[in-house]
Structures are given as structure tokens and as C-alpha cells.
Ligand binder design. Sequence first.
Ligand code: KG4
Ligand code: ZN
Length: 340
Amino acid sequence: MRVLGIETSCDETGVAVFERQRGVLAQTLHTQVDLHAVYGGVVPELASRDHIRLLPALIRQTLREAGLEVADLDAIAYTAGPGLAGALLVGASVAEAMALAAGLPAVAVHHLEGHLLSPLLSDAPPAFPFIALLVSGGHTQLMRVADVGDYELLGETLDDAAGEAFDKTAKVLGLSYPGGPQLAALAAHGEAGRFRLPRPMLHSGDLNFSFSGLKTAVLNVVSSPDWRSEYRTDLAADFQQAVVEVLTAKAVAALERERMGALVVAGGVGANRTLRARLDAAVVRLGARVHYPAPELCTDNGVMIAFAGAQRLMRGERPPADPAVRVRPRWPLAELVRPA
Ligand code: KG4
Ligand code: ZN
């Protein structure tokens, strides 16, 4: 089985071909970071237009690199949500139109399912069931994953997502968009401990998160009369430490509560080295294991969409025969069902 995957939910245009036997045959990715950087965040209309501009060429290039024609494919998978409505519509329209023209099934994939299944592509994949910590620019969730399509939401952020908190705090520290990786780089030169930042909801007794107060706390520090710009690295380190501590504590609590031996970390913030080191240490103490996607699969890409689509088809999902273009900008992951 060979599946073309198309990702256009936000500011990355990703295309890939996944084959059941041989794995990833080809992949292309274009990031719009430079396009949006001058505005300090993603501009939805510009994102849609850029997906339109590049998607057909990226599909041609990916097929060429895989040595395939459209007729060699068994299905086309695309991100149907959650994400920016206009951006999602570009991928959905192209995928549905291609599928209709070639007589192939089109599979609507949930973006977060793509993220959380991507560690299954590694050499030592986790076995079901496991706990997933999804930490991206738009989501912070702990899920109990019993199987493909069997997800139970255990806890989530009540306000900002972890990545969003990184990006907003980076802005406060004068870094450009997307600030998460830059803030992490700044923190590597600093030392945590100079500033006393809150650990929001650390002792809330549930598995929910809150990060907006942390950004405000950082803003208060830089607005105080004692603030000096040479403290930037230390403040970055303290912010990162606070986020990492809360994420780690809740992930460990989820593993203990659900009696699970494996934690899967997915989404852009999963690339954060301090988070990885903290999680590894804490989870080992429980006798459990942490699984990460390959670094290039942590941020948005077409591979995870092709892979998730293939998993669903292999488990018997039969996409609807009518070629309708439908997207779900808001789409709770726990609404998904097992393929049948
Ligand atoms: O999963 P992703 O690529 O896109 C979404 O679906 O949101 O995640 C992007 C988010 C951004 O907020 C970015 O700042 C954050 O992940 N991020 C990081 C790091 N790398 C990416 N945050 C902290 N440390 C990093 N190393
Ligand atoms: Zn994502």
C-alpha cells in the first residue's frame, strides 16, 4: 500500500509518500516561517496563498523523487483539521480533486493523530496502549492511546498551549517568530534560579495545564525597575524550567494514574532538549520509557499524514465515496473512532 500525504494545516506545506513495506519513499517540506516572521505570527490569508502557490509543485517533486506516477498510489491522505480553515481547504481541495481524477480513495486525517502516531515510524516503536503528551503551538494535551483511533483525553491546557507560551514569552524577550526554538537557545546560555516564576497548576490534582500566567509573570519581570537586559538568558532558562517541570510532573502523573509503561511525546515543543532530558530522567525512575518522533518529524510534515492515513486504511477504514471537500478547523481528537 502506497499513500501520498498532504499537510497544509498551518504554516508548513508538507508532502510525502509512505509505503507499507519500504516506509517513507520521498518527502518534501516548505516552511513559511520567513513569510510570517515580519508580522510576528502566522497570517492565515498569506498561509493559504502560499500553500496554493507551492503545493502542486511539491506534489510533483515528491512523486518524481519516489519514482512514482499518481496511478501508482493507493490513496491520498490529507490533513482535514484542526488548523486554519483556509489553509486546510487548500490541501483538502487538491487531495480530493486528485483522488477523484485518479479514482483513488481520499483519507481525511486528524493533524494531532498524525503527530501522535509518528513515533511508530521509529526503529523501536511503542506498543499500544500508551500515554501521549501532545505539545505543539496550538495544543497541550495528555491522551490515553489504546489503539489507532481510540483516544481518551486525560487533560489539556485551559488557556495557552505550551508552544504558544514559548512563542509569546520569546516575543516579550525581543525574539522573532517563532520564538520557541530561539528561546530554548537563549536559555542554554543562562542558568535557572534567579527568578521565581510560578508553576501553574502543578498541584491542581488533575492533568490539566495553564500557561498564560507564566507569560504574564515574565512580562512583570522585564517591566520591573530592577530589570537588566543581561538577565535575559537566565529569565529564558527560568521560564523554560517552569514549563518543563509542569509538563514532566503531569506526564508522570498520567503514566502512574493509567498504569502505563510508555510515554509518547509529539508536537513541536517535543524537540526541546531540556524537556527531553527531564522527561527521560523522570520516566526511567518509573521503569517506563519515553518515545519521541525523529527530530524532523517533530514539527509539521507530510510524512505523519501519509503514515496516519495508511494506518487507517490498513485497519479497514473505507473513506466516503462522495468527493466532498470538508475541513474541521476545530476537531477534538477524542471524537475520532477506530477505523472500520
Ligand atoms: O507541532 P508544531 O510544529 O506546529 C503546530 O501544530 O503547532 O509546533 C510548533 C511549536 C511552536 O510554538 C514552536 O515555538 C514550538 O513548537 N517549538 C519549540 C521548540 N521547537 C519548536 N518550543 C520549545 N523548544 C523548542 N526547541
Ligand atoms: Zn502540528
